[in-house]
Design a protein around this ligand. Structure first.
Ligand code: CP
Length: 303
C-alpha cells in the first residue's frame, strides 16, 4: 500500500508503520539529500512549536526547501474569506507537499480532497494528529522494545485530545494492548474511539484514580487540559486533577515511561534534574523522535 497523503492514523497499516520506523532509525544516523529541489509548504492556522519546526527542519535536513505563512489564520487570505480548498489549490502549485494544521475537525481532509500533491494533517481541531501518533508509537517501540503486550494509561483531556484519538487508532492495529483511560468525568474518552477499540478487540477500561494504576502500566501518556477547546466550566472542573510530581513519578516501574505530546503545563510538576536524570521521563526524547519520523514520512511521500 502506498499512501498519497496522511490525514488519519487508520490509513497506516503495520507494514508501513514499521517501514517508517526503520527509515527513521536510518535517518537518525546518516542523511543524504534526497529531496533536493522539493518544496514543503507549512500552513498553520493554530500555534505550534514541535510539529511545525520539526517538519521544517526535517525538510531542510533532507535537502529540500520550505515556504510558509506566519499564523495562517490571520496572515493568509483565510482572513479575507478564502476557503481551505481554494488555498490548497493555490499552494499546491507552489510546493510539492503541504503540511496543514487547522482549528476545524476535517479541514485537512477537505484540503486533501482537492490537492494534486500530498497533504499531511498536522492536527485538525479535536480530530486527529497522525504524525504525533506515529512518533508516539515509535517512542514506545524505542523505549520499551516492543509494541504488543503493553498496558498504556492515557490521562487528562481525553474528550478534546486529538493525539489520544490518533494514538488509539494506531494501537488498535497491535495485539495484546490494554488501554486505561483516566479522565475527569466531563472530559472522558469519546464513543468513536471506544467503538473502534471494541471492533478491533482491544481491551480498555475507564477509571478515575491515576496513582493506583501507576505501578501496573508500561506507558503513562499524560495530556494537557486544553483550555482553548472547552467551556470555562469544563476547565474549572478538570484543571489540576491529575499531576505527575516528585512524589508519584517513582510509583512507575523503572522500565515504564512517562510520555506527553507536549506542551505540558500544570499536569507535570517535575524539577529539571528529575526531567534530566530519571529515565522514566521520555517526553523530550519523544519530541526529538518527531524529527526523524517526519523525515521518514517526507521521504516516503516524495522520494
Ligand atoms: N505535540 C504538538 O503537536 O506540539 P505543537 O503544538 O508544539 O506542535
Amino acid at each position: 500500500m502506498k499512501l498519497n497523503n496522511l490525514i488519519e492514523s487508520q490509513q497506516l497499516d503495520v507494514a508501513t508503520i514499521f517501514a517508517l520506523f526503520h527509515k527513521a532509525d536510518e535517518l537518525r544516523i546518516s542523511v543524504k539529500k534526497p529531496l533536493n529541489g522539493k518544496i514543503l509548504a507549512t500552513l498553520f492556522y493554530e500555534p505550534s512549536t514541535r510539529t511545525r519546526l520539526s517538519f521544517e527542519s526535517a525538510m531542510l535536513r533532507l535537502g529540500g526547501n520550505v515556504i510558509s505563512t506566519e499564523n495562517a489564520k490571520e496572515f493568509s487570505s483565510a482572513i479575507k474569506g478564502e476557503s481551505i480548498q481554494d488555498t490548497t489549490r493555490i499552494v499546491s502549485a507552489y510546493a510539492d507537499v503541504i503540511v496543514i494544521r487547522h482549528y476545524e475537525d476535517g479541514a485537512a481532509k477537505k484540503a486533501a480532497s482537492v490537492s494534486p500533491i500530498p497533504v499531511i494533517n498536522a492536527g485538525d481541531g479535536k480530530g486527529q494528529h497522525p504524525t504525533q501518533a506515529l512518533l508516539d508509537l515509535y517512542t514506545i517501540w524505542k523505549e520499551i522494545g516492543h509494541i504488543e503486550d503493553i498496558t498504556v494509561a492515557m490521562v487528562g483531556d481525553l474528550k478534546y485530545g486529538r493525539t489520544i484519538r490518533s494514538l488509539c487508532y494506531l494501537l488498535g492495529k497491535f495485539k495484546n494492548i490494554k488501554i486505561i483511560f483516566i479522565a475527569p468525568e466531563s472530559l472522558s474518552v469519546n464513543d468513536d474511539i471506544k467503538n473502534y477499540l471494541k471492533k478491533y478487540h482491544i481491551q480498555f477500561e475507564e477509571q478515575t484514580d491515576m496513582n493506583k494504576n501507576l505501578p501496573h502500566i508500561d506507558i503513562l501518556y499524560m495530556t494537557r487540559i486544553q483550555k482553548e477547546r472547552m467551556t470555562e466550566e469544563e476547565y474549572k472542573n478538570s484543571a489540576g486533577k491529575y499531576r505527575i510530581t516528585e512524589e508519584n513519578i517513582n510509583l512507575l516501574e523503572e522500565s515504564a515511561r512517562l510520555m506527553h505530546p507536549l506542551p505540558h503545563v500544570e499536569e507535570i510538576e517535575l524539577n529539571l534534574e528529575t526531567e534530566k536524570t530519571n529515565k522514566r521521563v521520555a517526553y523530550f526524547r519523544q519530541a526529538e523522535n518527531g524529527l526523524y519520523i517526519r523525515m521518514a514520512l517526507l521521504s516516503y511521500l516524495l522520494e
